[in-house]
Design a protein around this ligand. Structure first.
Ligand code: Q9C
Ligand code: ZN
Length: 719
């Protein structure tokens, strides 16, 4: 019997579409509003059904996965916790555990959703790899690309795409997948995925994201274009980090045409996995319908992303990928928080995969001037690994100038849980001011009511008020060596109670990385190795938290001796950002009042009156709330009134847990003097170095050898 002609449906590309209401179970515990909520999936699903697209796809249900497949990229502890977090056992501690992570919530449905999300991406990837489907879209949540080996973060519990990639490579050799391209177009850097394949040449990881010089979430330097992979994986990690928001179709298309596509051609992947966040989207359809201006249109877009891709833009980016890997493309949903935008964007992508004809009008906008700069930097960084990137970019590129701060300000919508503030300051920080021009700063400082006189000690008034105001006498005994009593009298120091209500992270990179030494700045006294005691802070309460991080600033050792540590240099961070650097910082969550007291001590502004044991602090804070706000935009504040002190430059290193990370170091002008030899660079003394090493070892950052070579290397290489 002759074969009947295939029905039209069979000739069309078979496109998988995975949707499962069970992944809506993950939600905030008490119905609090949150951008990453179950309505995201439902909105997309409704749109695809309403437009008749779902019925043209092969619709699949979610599938749980086995632990062993998740274990390829996550620690067993992490898997166990994520799988148990929804159980009764954690009813009373669930929220507390969530708070330990960065931007994470849990409820009774989280465990199931997370396992289904990872399993679902495996499910569709397997079917595409096996040729059962041409391509597929997995509508999953929670998203995955921020999740790290042993850590949930950024709304992500398991790294769904990484789990699926590992499954194909390691568990299914029968499918013949040897090289995988992961394209991460979520507006945020795919930090988790990057780390998981950092030295693996079988996985080419490409992420294009808002970076804003490292201040956009996840605010780690490793979204920089300098992070190109390690060992055998060198050249197989590509970051395209936008310098500011507002990047749109034209910018992304330029990154595709001049970075991603030529490399993909050379790499020749067997399958492409897309970490498809739609948080760089602009609700263009809605905007066009209302004939709105570009700025008004931006306000309709994603509440977190502040970029301007249109649904048609995503469709074009996807179309350009279809020519590779025999069209085997798996899209997995990551972020995207404007319901209308994500529904329109997924709809546009589904039509591309189904083979619908699209007419793309060329983007109305030109790429930003900064876009070409970023693309050129990426090409330069990678051209030895991908010779196709060596060619010169076309000349006479037409450019758009960078958006003004007010334009950027208008581009991010507000968000219910207060994240808008953070995202806005991210947008505004697109001006990379490391240190502020003197006239600008002096104007600002005049606002601070801070002058040399205020910093000078007011012994008379302080002592005379001692009788009328509460004083305290704190006995401190650290390692039994010193007992320091102090009486502090502060009259009407309203700033102290104000600033005691604000918390910040103080990021230490020198001896304060060793907690007992840091505590001397809080409680007073001296720890092992110190030759003189500290007077401590007015408020002696212990830090609320401790956390380690690495920062993109060079560690150096300068000055020739210190009163506390004797001969040898002490640690500074070069205030300039350098993404090739990774310096360890131990961060302590303390009040802004305590931070000022540390600044005072570090800069020798606290006087001890030997006769009566009084400790006298400056009357005004150096860093108040407005200075913190100023820094979140300008990255640094040079404290003019104490400009000759060693640590007169306060740097803002980003945010953690919604709180600013602050550190203190030398001004850039000192760096110049170190470079010229005017100031001495000097290796640390033995005891000082031993303290740093103890900090790193006890903080579980490095082993003793690793810590010693980290310090020695920093001391030896200078600037
Ligand atoms: N101040 C994804 O798009 N923002 N995750 C936290 C903290 C978190 C985004 C701001 C954004 C996470 C998958
Ligand atoms: Zn995102």
């Amino acid at each position: 019997m002759a074969a009947a002609p295939a029905p039209p449906a069979a000739r069309a590309a078979r496109v998988g579409l995975l949707y499962d209401e069970r992944m809506c179970a993950h939600a905030t515990p008490d119905g609090e509003e949150h951008p990453e909520n179950p309505e995201r999936l439902r909105a997309i699903w409704r749109k695809l059904n309403a437009e008749g697209v779902a019925s043209r796809c092969v619709v699949l249900k979610a599938k749980e996965t086995e632990d062993k497949y998740i274990a390829s990229v996550h620690s067993n502890n992490h898997i166990k916790l994520m799988k148990e977090i929804s159980s009764k056992k954690y009813d009373s501690s669930r929220n507390k555990i969530a708070r330990k992570y960065n931007s994470i919530y849990f409820n009774k449905g989280s465990s199931e959703s997370a396992v289904l999300a990872a399993g679902s991406v495996i499910e569709v990837a397997e079917k595409v790899a096996a040729g059962e489907l041409r391509s597929a879209i997995a509508l999953v949540r929670p998203p995955g690309h921020h999740a790290e080996h042993d850590e949930a973060m950024g709304f992500c519990l398991f790294n769904n795409v990484a789990v699926a990639a590992n499954y194909l490579l390691n568990d299914r050799p029968d499918l013949g997948i040897k090289k995988i391209l992961i394209v991460d177009w979520d507006v945020h850097h795919g930090n988790g995925t990057q780390k998981m394949f950092y030295n693996d040449p079988r996985v080419l990881f490409f992420s294009v994201h808002r970076f804003d010089y490292g201040s956009f979430y996840p605010s780690e330097g490793d979204g920089s274009h300098c992070f190109i992979g390690e060992e055998a994986g060198k050249g197989y990690n590509i970051n395209v980090p936008w310098e500011h928001g507002k990047c749109g179709d034209a910018d992304y298309i330029a990154a595709w045409d001049h970075v991603l596509l030529p490399v993909t051609e050379a790499f020749d992947p067997d399958i492409i996995l897309v970490s498809a966040g739609f948080d760089a989207v602009l609700a263009a359809a809605a905007a066009a319908a209302s004939n709105a201006t570009r700025t008004a249109a931006a306000a309709l877009g994603d509440p977190l992303g502040g970029c301007c891709i249109t649904p048609n833009g995503y469709a074009l980016l996807l179309t350009k990928l279809l020519g590779f890997a025999k069209g085997r493309i798996v899209m997995a949903l990551e972020g995207g928080y404007n319901l209308r935008s994500i529904a329109n964007s997924v709809f546009a992508c589904a039509k591309v995969l189904l083979g619908d004809k699209f007419t793309f009008s060329s983007p109305e906008m030109q790429p930003f001037e900064s876009t070409w700069r970023v693309i050129q930097a990426v090409r330069d960084e990678l051209k030895t690994y991908w010779p196709v990137l060596s060619s010169k970019l076309p000349e006479n590129l037409s450019l758009r100038i960078k958006p003004s701060p007010s334009e950027l300000y208008a581009s991010s919508d507000s968000e219910p849980d207060g994240e808008d503030v953070d995202e806005l300051s991210g947008a505004l920080s697109s001006v990379n001011v490391i240190q502020f021009a003197d006239d600008a700063i002096s104007e600002h400082l005049s606002k601070m009511k801070l002058d040399e006189e205020n910093l000078a000690v007011k012994t008379a008034s302080s002592c005379s008020t001692a009788e009328h105001h509460p004083t305290d006498s704190v006995e401190v005994d650290i390692d039994g060596s010193v007992v320091l009593s102090k009486r502090i009298s502060d009259l009407s120091l309203a700033w102290r109670s104000d600033l005691s209500r604000t918390h910040v992270w103080y990021a230490s990179f020198g001896s304060n990385m060793w907690k007992p030494r840091f505590l001397c700045y809080i409680q007073g006294g001296k720890a092992e190795g110190m030759s003189i005691p500290c007077c401590g802070s007015r408020d002696t309460s212990s830090p609320r938290g401790t956390m380690w991080k690495t920062v993109p600033h060079r560690l150096l050792f300068g000055r020739s001796s210190t009163p506390c540590w004797g001969t040898g240099g002490v640690a500074f961070l070069n205030p300039e950002i350098n993404y090739n650097e990774k310096s360890y910082v131990c961060m302590y969550k303390i009040t802004l009042e305590q931070f000022n007291d540390i600044l005072f001590q570090e800069n020798r502004l606290v006087l001890e009156d030997g006769k009566n044991g009084n400790v006298v602090y400056p009357d005004s804070p150096l860093i108040g709330s407005s200075e913190v706000e100023f820094m979140s935009t300008n990255k640094a504040i040079h404290l003019e009134p104490i400009k000759d002190s060693w640590y007169s430059n306060v740097l803002y290193l980003g945010d953690e847990d919604e709180l600013p990370i602050l550190t203190m170091t030398c001004p850039s002008s000192d760096i110049e003097r170190y470079k010229s030899g005017e100031l001495p660079l000097a290796p640390p003394s033995k005891t000082y170095a031993a303290t740093l090493i103890k900090g790193l070892v006890e903080g579980k950052q490095l082993d003793a050898d690793g810590a010693a070579s980290y310090i020695n290397a920093a001391a030896a290489r200078g600037l």
